[in-house]
Design a protein around this ligand. Sequence first.
Ligand SMILES: Cc1ncc(COP(=O)(O)O)c(C=O)c1O
Length: 392
Amino acid sequence: MSQQVLKRLSDALDAAEENGTYKHLKSLKTAIGPDVSIEGVGDVLLFCSNDYLGFANNTDVVSAARSALDHYGASTASVRFICGTQDIHETLEQDIANLHGTEAALTYSSCWAANTGLFSAICAPGDVILSDELNHASLIDGIRVAGKEVTKTVYKHSDMADLRAKLEAHKEAPGRIIVTDGVFSMEGDIAPLDQLVALAKEYDALIVLDDSHGLGVVGETGLGVAEHYGVLDQIDIFTGTLGKALGAGTGGFIAGPKAVRETLIQKSRPHLFSNALPPSVAAAGSASIKLLKENPERVKELQEKATWFRNRLNALGLNPLEGESAIVPVILGETSTAIRVAGEMLDAGIFVTGFGFPVVPEGEARVRFQVSYLHTKENLEKAAQTLANIIN
Ligand SMILES: Cc1ncc(COP(=O)(O)O)c(C=O)c1O
């Protein structure tokens, strides 16, 4: 390897170590749950997993995966359109479509793959994509590769006046596509979908909603931000992950009209050129969807716990960002402060992540708590008190 390239890499790594932004991987010795054991650290309470409903190590999910491994083997060793589609993939896609009330769905190896494979497949020259400035990196990258003749615009975060102005400016375009996260992952706030839907109607725009952090968490039965606003039937295309509240471990999907699914099968590059989901994951996905449908009380309890935690942080003077999701960030300022506080939290037995620039704006570094249905009130109290002891 070129010594010049290697030196550049090591210099950048040294600089990251020096300014406290180097990401050191922590190795867990146990399954995901409210408490985990970390190599070299010991037992801690976990507050940074997306296992919102406790499905990641649920016996039904794990045994569905195990049975599929026994029956279908480890993988198809193929992409879907060659010989990588098993009946278990079709079942999962039907389950995803039924869950969202859409005509069809298509799975990918991750939501990252789904989001990066969507726009280039469905857009035509002259179309305009209007994307919230805080959308997830996978949407941003997917929009980037949508094609040179597609206009890409970014509207201010959840700012409907800005979005309206941009829709107005492009009202003659052949197609307008509004793209938003449901729950914004660094803020924990939710998109104003009721207003987005109204604007989409007015300007004949299509809505793409990535509700990766909303599914299983927001809405009366956990169907996400669209359920929260009562607009499930007005979202054109949903994207999402099987790797957060749905505890399949990995996998993503796009749900929407049949014409979208069929177009993606013809043209979406991560679908055409990357292997199918392992059958064990497909089975775990279907088992998770069944659990979600049969246990709406889990969703309610998770929502109550997240609200309780936010209130408790407020009572301790810690001012978490407001929101309806299970993501609860507390802004601390400088990146090095967030990294230091997260380190002290870990020493005190709470595993929470510090996020700094460039993931969040300069001066708005934060620790981000993620509440799970599996957390007890005592777990939540300990996390809140620990942060208060460190920063007050
Ligand atoms: C909003 C959003 N979309 C997509 C993804 C990617 O999901 P996956 O892990 O399935 O690739 C994430 C993961 O962090 C996310 O938060």
